[in-house]
Design a protein around this ligand. Structure first.
Ligand SMILES: [Zn+2]
Length: 125
């Protein structure tokens, strides 16, 4: 495999995974704090904190998705398929992997998927 060696790549991904988990634990603690504050009768009607909670939950979902991507990338490293596009089987550009270490598709296929997603959203609305 070209580019950074397996071990340093795995360490990089695992480090990123830990950072996300730490951040999401803080997010969960923030949500608990907000819920706690809502039970406090001293606090005004909680529409602002409700918005805040929703925002925090959304952040949590993004984090979970990224962790799933990282886990999949770690599995691909072990399977020896890391860096190969899931869609077309071509080698993923080194520059792309540098920017997005858990990319599962090459830039072309990612563009294609993105266009499909946009088209699907347009058809639905
Ligand atoms: Zn591809």
């Amino acid at each position: 495999m070209r580019g950074p060696d397996r071990e340093s790549l795995k360490q990089r991904l695992q480090r990123r995974r830990r950072l996300i988990l730490e951040a999401s634990r803080r997010t969960t603690a923030d949500i608990d704090d907000l819920r706690e504050a809502e039970r406090d009768p001293e606090v005004e009607e909680g529409s602002q904190s409700e918005q805040e909670q929703r925002k925090l939950v959304e952040v949590g979902e993004v984090e979970l998705r990224e962790i799933a991507h990282i886990d999949a990338a770690l599995a691909r490293i072990d399977a020896g398929t890391y860096g190969v596009c899931r869609e077309c089987g071509e080698v993923i550009e080194a520059r792309r992997l540098e920017a997005l270490p858990f990319a599962a598709t090459c830039a072309d296929c990612a563009d294609h998927e993105e266009r499909l997603a946009v088209a699907t959203r347009l058809t639905r609305s």
